[in-house]
Write a protein that binds this ligand. Structure first.
Ligand SMILES: Cc1cc2nc3c(=O)[nH]c(=O)nc-3n(C[C@H](O)[C@H](O)[C@H](O)COP(=O)(O)O)c2cc1C
Ligand code: SF4
Length: 517
């Protein structure tokens, strides 16, 4: 009997040797005369177990990980092809608490299927959303997305339905759908996983968006540092064309949608939507003034939907199961689920998709298992390099856009980077200013000049020079950046800087005596 063995082709697993493991398993099986079918699936997102090898058994898929080359003969000796006992065995994947407790809607297929197999996609509820959408009017599709409560997962949390409605109601011969796949935030990888591990879901989401608003051309703006995603997307796009899921007459509906991938050259600011469009048009990635909004005048001056990968990849399930279904997950005005990314100094790093509402503490300890170093967690940065640093006293904040705004923090793209008590928060604040200076597009003065001056002031503070003068100066400068910057790169750099200063004053040399003076 042929046994199906799964070895991930996700770049996280590949970086840990999954490619060599797959080849070695095939070779060993051949030498032992055993019949296996090797499937290169995506990653389950439990990175401490990668490379995670799975075997299909009558009890479900049994996992073994992290597997190294030297373990392979032993795995065969232990009859792992029949779920045999081995020190690397982690049981049935679906029963691992980290995985079992998740609410995977957007990531439902990830790790389960062969990402570039259209048959596998169709066998796992793929293209059901598009099928429904093809039978609906544009306005009805937009209504489902509005009803779902989906808000942009790229950072700004703007309601997706409202954005789509603006494009739908702006008349034009040509409209565009852009997928923002620049994923520049530190500690984030959910976009990458979707594109590598379930590219059809993004293609389906973009096709639905195009049909909804009347756009016939889509672009995925992908960061050049994602070569595996590039390959997976191009393979899946080609298959979608061949099977009539893209092109002039989608599934015989007479509706048209074309899609291609464009590579960005690698600048953080090119993830900002207007800068991204400049780059797509072949120009330098400079931020544009708003208004006009991209939804009215975007790419080449035409109405354009710009959405993050996760926003678009969440659309198929909304159109399949209905807006109400998606809306039932979450809390307050944060509806649905968020693929949270645990990174940095954390014992169990990975991808956890859950409904909004659980606390940071639950995430860090129940899922993440505390710090990897075993030392106390001192701070976490949520929402990328422009996100605030949160101290332990704020770990009971629920993951919710409004709850985070209330403590002057952001959920952003759902990346959480963990630091233990050896971190120097003044140094982190200095780094935030340096990051802004390096990545600034240079269009506006507060960010272009302010970030460099800001780094200088923080260096002076770190050196203990004139704290009574330099701390107010830093606050003043942050005020100018916050209120005077054209985009959120300059406008949000004060979040990490001031949160570090306010929550960890001792790292800046501010003692009670110094602040009293
Ligand atoms: C400096 C900067 C970088 C950004 N980088 C990204 C990015 O990498 N990916 C992304 O989806 N959004 C990014 N954004 C947000 C986009 O401007 C935009 O809000 C988003 O693509 C809209 O999609 P959404 O509504 O689906 O979130 C960035 C914004 C700024 C100011
Ligand atoms: S804030 Fe910075 S990145 Fe944004 S427009 Fe101004 S100079 Fe450019």
């Amino acid at each position: 009997m042929t046994v199906t063995v799964y070895v991930p082709n996700d770049s996280g697993a590949l970086s840990l040797g999954a490619g060599r493991i797959a080849a070695a398993i095939e070779k060993e099986a051949q030498q032992r005369g055993l019949d296996i079918k090797l499937v290169r699936n995506g990653s389950r997102g439990m990175f401490w177990l990668e490379p995670l090898v799975e075997v299909e058994t009558s009890e479900g898929r049994i996992g073994y990980g992290p597997v190294q080359l030297k373990d392979i003969p032993g795995l065969f000796d232990a009859d792992f092809l029949n779920g045999g006992k081995h020190t690397l065995e982690v049981g049935t994947i679906d029963e691992i608490p980290y995985f079992k407790k998740q609410q995977r809607l957007t990531f439902a297929r990830i790790g389960l299927t062969d990402p570039v197999s259209l048959d596998d996609y169709l066998a796992h509820e793929g293209y059901r959303g598009l099928k429904n959408a093809l039978a609906m009017s544009g306005a009805d599709i937009v209504k489902q997305v509005t009803d779902s409560g989906l808000r942009g997962r790229g950072g700004a949390a703007f309601p997706t339905g409202i954005k789509w409605n603006t494009v739908l109601n702006t008349p034009s011969e040509q409209k565009y759908i852009i997928c923002n796949a620049d994923e520049g935030d530190s500690g984030t990888f959910s976009d990458r996983m979707v594109m590598e591990d379930d590219p059809f879901v993004l293609i389906e989401g973009m096709t639905i968006a195009g049909i909804a608003v009347g756009a016939t051309q889509g672009y995925i703006y992908l960061r050049v540092e994602y070569p595996h995603a590039h390959r997976a997307l191009n393979t899946a796009i080609e298959k979608a064309y061949q099977a009539g899921y893209l092109g002039d007459n989608i599934q015989g509906s007479g509706k048209k949608f074309d899609l291609e991938v464009r590579l960005g050259a690698g600048a953080y600011v090119c993830g900002e939507e207007t800068s991204l469009m400049e780059s797509l048009e072949g120009k330098r990635g400079l931020v544009r003034f708003k208004p006009p909004l991209p939804a009215i005048s975007g790419l080449f001056g035409q109405p354009t939907v710009v959405n993050n990968v996760i926003s678009l990849a969440s659309v198929p399930i909304i159109l399949d199961k209905g807006g109400e279904y998606y809306r039932d997950f979450g809390m307050g005005r944060s509806r649905g689920t968020l693929p949270i990314q645990l990174a940095g100094n954390i014992k169990y790093p990975g991808l956890v998709e859950l409904a909004f509402g659980l606390t940071l503490r639950e995430l860090l300890y129940e899922y993440g298992g505390g710090s990897a170093s075993g030392r106390p967690i001192k701070a976490v940065q949520v929402g990328g390099p422009l996100g605030a640093y949160l101290p332990e006293s704020q770990f009971d904040t629920p993951l919710d856009y409004e709850a985070f705004a209330a403590i002057w923090a952001v959920v952003g793209h759902g990346g959480i980077v963990v630091f233990d008590d050896t971190v120097d928060m003044a140094e982190m604040a200095r780094y935030s200013m340096e990051f802004c200076a390096i990545e600034s597009c240079g269009k506006c003065t507060p960010c272009r000049i302010g970030s460099t001056r800001g780094e200088e002031v923080i260096k002076d503070i770190i050196a203990g020079r004139d704290l009574h003068k330099n701390i107010p100066l830093l606050r003043d400068l942050c005020d100018t950046l916050l209120n005077g910057s054209l985009c959120a790169l300059g406008g949000m750099t004060p979040y990490p800087v001031l949160s570090a200063l306010n929550h960890f004053p001792e790292d800046f040399g501010i003692t009670e005596q110094a602040s009293a003076a």
